[in-house]
Ligand binder design. Structure first.
Ligand SMILES: *Cc1c(COP(=O)(O)O)cnc(C)c1O
Length: 451
């Protein structure tokens, strides 16, 4: 097998292999890495996945990208180890299913990518005896998935910044009760403040002696593992070669890029539905061809999708032949007609999200939390427009309802059952530091703990 190389969407950086792309996160020209070519899977290979467990499918797909830089036996062990939880496909009606990606240790789909990326980085760093500090700003789910995935990985230290008043108690406990190589800072500010502190540290020359990296979805190491569950669902729901409909509730557009990568590798997708919450820059762009980011981002109940300028749009635009830089400026327009043929996007308000949770429960006994409800509502609007649907469909539920007990109780009048991993948190001891929104204090903190 040939080694796959990765190119920057800004086109001004040299190509790199997966190891270099993972360690760097962003390309030096501030673009995002994408494979220069996509390994292809035949319809028979994909159909053959139907009998295989999730971790084996992950191995079969990811080995195409790790060829030449990692032993297959090592990758197989990592996959087996990372994907040790269930991936339920819940039938709803006819050929329509909900793909529950919420059974990992932090009960969000981010576990799928964070757990593989942590293992890859641990392996690479172990080989070269390097130390790396991962800085992450989070509005909740990224920080907990990253902290849990990297907990105890040698060579890596993680620092998570979160807005004290904006994360739920359960989300906070998932980050602050781990200890060891995981540190957390509660910032007296908003998510945007946390992100600004982290961004400034990345570009601060006076911190050059501390190797820093990021673990958010600008890193291609987050996206490749997210292509696997699309193959998994299609192999179980579609006939060999038959196209399938996916609906993916989207914020930073990393999850949906997993489907775009799968499609580029040969997975037939009839339509990719990408509903968003009130942060509606993408559906507006798809309709008008004009891109205008939402600034500041809007606070919606599907809080992990409150993203005003999705960074992965640069990748999506590149796949459709255009070029968008990191600020959202379009230098070459993508093929909009092709985008409209392949993608369907709508905005779902908080009120509609709430009534969707109510209706899905009343009609199908389908339990959704706010992110999954946005996905379900996007799918309903898609089939209303198409008037009928022959193909199988999978709607992604990206978090466990028990992460949002208050919202669900208000709407459905009962409290969702709490999975054991979340329940156990209530009894653990918390540790976190506190910081004002003050860059020099943050820099001193980094120097003190990691310098
Ligand atoms: C992060 C997240 C999303 C959005 O995923 P993107 O890759 O940012 O589009 C949706 N739902 C949940 C629960 C999340 O944590």
């Amino acid at each position: 097998m040939e080694t796959v190389v990765f190119q920057s969407t800004n086109g001004k950086s040299p190509s790199v292999d997966l190891r270099q792309a993972l360690l760097a996160g962003q390309a030096p020209d501030r673009g995002l890495y994408l494979p220069a070519r996509y390994p292809q899977l035949s319809a028979e290979t994909i159909a053959g996945f139907s009998q295989k467990p999730y971790y084996e499918i992950a191995f079969q797909i990811l080995r195409l990208y790790t060829a030449g830089i990692m032993e297959e036996s090592a990758l197989r062990t990592l996959c087996h180890d990372a994907y040790n939880f269930e991936v339920p496909l819940e039938p709803v009606y006819d050929r329509v299913h909900v793909l529950r990606l919420d059974r990992g240790p932090t009960a969000s789909f981010k576990d799928f990518a964070a757990r593989m990326m942590a293992r890859w980085l641990g392996l690479f760093l172990g080989q070269s005896h390097q130390q790396l500090t991962i800085l992450t700003a989070t509005s909740g789910d990224t920080g907990s998935a990253v902290a849990s995935a990297f907990h105890g990985v040698p060579g890596i230290r993680v620092l998570v910044l979160f807005p004290f008043a904006e994360v739920s108690r359960r989300q906070r406990l998932q980050m602050t009760t781990l200890g060891d190589n995981i540190r957390t800072i509660a910032v007296d500010g908003k998510f945007d403040d946390c992100q600004a502190l982290v961004k400034r540290a990345f570009s601060d020359p006076s911190l050059a002696s501390i190797p820093l990296s990021s673990a958010n979805s600008i890193n291609i190491g987050r996206l490749l593992p997210q292509s696997v569950y699309y193959f998994y669902a299609a192999s179980r729901l579609a006939k060999p070669g038959e196209p399938i409909v996916f609906s993916v509730p989207s914020g930073n557009f990393g999850d949906m890029m997993g489907a775009v990568i799968a499609r580029s590798m040969g997975l037939p997708i009839k339509r990719l539905v990408v509903p968003v919450n009130g942060n509606d820059a993408f559906p507006n762009f798809l309709a008008s061809g004009n891109y205008q980011k939402i600034d500041p981002s809007r606070n919606c109940i599907s809080n992990a999708m409150n993203v005003g300028h999705p960074s992965n749009l640069a990748r999506l635009v590149a796949v459709f032949g255009g070029q968008m830089d990191e600020t959202g400026c379009i230098h070459r327009p993508p093929d909009l007609m092709a985008m409209r043929r392949d993608l369907f996007s709508v905005t779902v308000s908080d009120d509609l999200t709430r009534s969707t949770i109510q209706e899905a429960w009343a009609k199908h006994r389908l339990l959704l939390e706010p992110h999954g409800a946005v996905g379900w509502q996007g799918f309903l609007q898609y089939i209303r427009q198409e008037s009928f649907l022959d193909e199988p469909a999978a709607i992604l539920e990206t978090a466990h309802p028990a992460k949002f007990p208050d919202e669900i109780e208000k709407i459905l009048k009962f409290v969702p059952e709490v999975p054991p991993a979340l329940a156990a948190l209530d009894h653990r001891e918390e540790r976190f530091d506190r910081l004002a929104v003050d860059y020099s204090a943050f820099r001193a903190y980094l120097r003190g703990h990691y310098g």
